[in-house]
Ligand binder design. Structure first.
Ligand SMILES: C[S@@+](CC[C@H](N)C(=O)[O-])C[C@H]1O[C@@H](n2cnc3c(N)ncnc32)[C@H](O)[C@@H]1O
Length: 413
């Protein structure tokens, strides 16, 4: 990180830390050395805290001072940076007490993510940084079809990072309640942080929505939401093993307390069974050949190793990444996604109070087919969406992942 406190240094890396009981943050030593003593903390964009070495801050100050005073955005910019700024000094053990006003601004309760970002360090609330990474899809449409209202009880069966849940809680204020379920403990703790402002109105449960009846323990919700599949955060965290773009372990478990991983399937299944999974869940025309290449190259050690085997097996080059379908298939198999969806929808329809609504968002044809068939064959309910509802053009442009989303809704009698 170089000499302490000078301009021109480059901060890098991502670190997770919890504040101690006195609200102090322990800065990683590499970042602390680069920031020097004292350093300046101030309000950053997107509700995080920016930390600057003093010389870097002075250079920034000079640049902001030179901005035209008669322009409103220049004045606003100056206000953001200067009004909240404070000098900070870590103690002998590297702990620093960030001003309470800044912690409040960044909504930091306990868990933080500290990022080295070029000339500055950023401190984020743990959940906020994940929320930046996962944009919930079709939020307005979810509210429109689920119809959350005051006094109601709503279930988000895939609470993830709490984006839809927050919208449902806002729309059902002041006293609507929400039960949020997720099988991923990491997502659930991010949701807990995000939904903290709603207090007692929220109950979060770790579990699989296939077990919805047991999880709801007799509760009769007025609306239940499924936003199925993986979140962008799960996909983009290489250590979770979902991504074919980065190297990681062959894991792919959404529920990290589950024992079976992708490695067990890739290295343990008979060739014919592996081919079936890749063909059925990945709709991959080269499934047999991929399974044969995999079996002959075992043990497969990592996601990058698997990708290289798939590349060797798949002839020619299509518009898609050659490993996309195989990764989707393995993920579906590891997590038993399709069976869980069927059971979850059935349990949801049975649990709903009279007049209650079921809203399901799916991301590929296998999921959408299950939702469509279930809706079509369910007695005592009427389907509200004759065709699946798609995201607006604006949303599709802003969030690539939303492009494959399909929403269906029904109401029970
Ligand atoms: C697309 S994300 C949901 C994002 C969420 N709607 C939001 O606004 O942040 C899907 C989430 O569902 C969870 N999930 C998928 N299948 C599940 C299942 N069978 N039971 C419980 N949670 C599941 C995943 O762990 C993931 O966090």
């Amino acid at each position: 990180m170089g000499r302490s406190g000078g301009p021109g240094r480059v901060f890098m890396g991502e670190y997770r830390h919890a504040l101690d009981d006195k609200g102090r943050l322990t800065l990683p030593s590499r970042l602390r050395e680069g920031l020097g003593q004292p350093f300046v903390a101030t309000r950053g964009f997107e509700n995080c805290i920016f930390l600057y070495p003093l010389p870097e801050w002075e250079a920034l100050e000079a640049r902001i001072r030179a901005l035209p005073f008669n322009q409103a955005n220049a004045r606003a910019f100056a206000r953001i940076f200067f009004a909240g700024a404070a000098e900070c000094r870590p103690d002998g053990q590297g702990r620093v007490l960030l001003p309470p006003s800044l912690r409040e601004y960044a909504k930091i309760a306990r868990d933080t993510v500290v990022l080295g970002v070029s000339s500055r360090v950023e401190v984020w609330a743990g959940a906020a940084v994940m929320m930046q990474a996962h944009l919930p899809v079709m939020v307005d449409e979810v509210v429109q079809w689920l119809q959350p209202r005051a006094g109601g009880l709503f279930v988000d069966a895939t609470v993830g990072f709490g984006g839809h849940a927050a919208a449902v809680l806002e729309a059902s204020g002041p006293d609507g309640r929400l039960i949020g379920i997720d099988q991923d403990p990491v997502a659930l703790s991010a949701a807990a942080e995000r939904l903290q402002p709603f207090g007692e109105r929220v109950q979060l449960l770790h579990g699989n929505f296939a077990d919805l009846s047991e999880l709801l323990a007799g509760a009769r919700p007025n609306g239940i939401l499924f936003d199925v599949g993986v979140s962008s955060v799960q996909l983009d965290t290489p250590e979770r093993g979902f991504s074919y773009r980065e190297d990681g372990p062959l894991d792919m478990r959404m529920d990290t307390t589950q024992t079976r991983t992708a490695a067990d399937l890739v290295n343990g299944l008979p060739e014919a069974e592996l081919a079936r999974i890749i063909a059925e869940y990945g709709e991959e025309r080269w499934a047999k050949r991929i399974a044969n290449f995999v079996v002959n190259r075992r043990p497969v050690k990592s996601t990058a190793h698997l990708v290289s085997i798939i590349r060797a097996a798949v002839p020619g080059r299509g518009p898609d990444h050659p490993a996309r379908r195989t990764f989707q298939a393995l993920r579906i198999a590891v997590n038993g996604e399709l069976e869980a969806l069927e059971s979850g929808l059935r349990a949801a329809a049975a649990a709903l109070a009279p007049g209650g609504r079921l809203v399901a968002i799916s991301f590929h044809s296998l999921e959408d087919r299950i939702v469509k068939n279930f809706f079509r064959t369910l007695d005592g309910a009427h389907v509200l969406t004759k065709k699946p509802v798609r995201p607006s053009a604006a949303e599709e442009a802003a969030n690539r992942r939303s492009r494959s989303a399909r929403l269906r809704a029904l109401e029970v009698c």
